[in-house]
Write a protein that binds this ligand. Sequence first.
Ligand code: GRF
Length: 220
Amino acid sequence: MPEGLKIGVLASGRGSNFQAIIDAVNAGKINAKIAVCISDVKDAYALERARKNLIAAEFIDHKAFRKREDYDGKIVEILRKQEVNLVLLAGYMRLVSHVLVGEFTNKIINIHPALLPSFPGLHVQKKAMDYGARFSGCTVHFVDTGMDTGPIIIQAVVPVLQDDTEDSLAARILRQEHRIYPEAVRLFAEGRLSVQGRRVIIKDTPERPDEFLVNPPVRE
Ligand code: GRF
């Protein structure tokens, strides 16, 4: 089990997934401290959430850096200073380079609002609808240098309904995001995740793995 887990969060927007992690830590479900939230967007509400919870909040302007690698070097510097040993991307809109991934191999986790490997990238709820998919969902995965390509930790399936709009589908998926992201972080904090090639092995899976690997029936 990682001793004294310290989490650093990278976020660009409203930070509702960040809030779900804060809540899980405060409820004692995740044994960790959230050390810092870093954003590339000055007025990201995620930074406000950090301040409200007495978590260090830092805005780093990418315009001050010539290359993505230099920007990531600055991020690494802050994370190191805060002794972070797990990095969570929570609505972070920048691709991360080898500088960050090399420093935190299999220690960066992301949440994506689709069932990877279907629909990587942006506006994926709309893409799933436009494609005519009957199911979409969300994926928590380790981060590599590709776009939404790292090993998958947990997924939740969400039906695409006939009368869905992009917003209604996104909202239904988001509810599952808030459930599975803290769950994945808890498994990491308990030292139960290991990466073997593309596969993530979860140690001591309960007798009923569906408790966390499959979403409970959705009743709305
Ligand atoms: C979420 O849908 C997440 O899956 C995606 O960006 C969105 C961020 O939302 N990566 P929030 O900032 O956590 O509310």
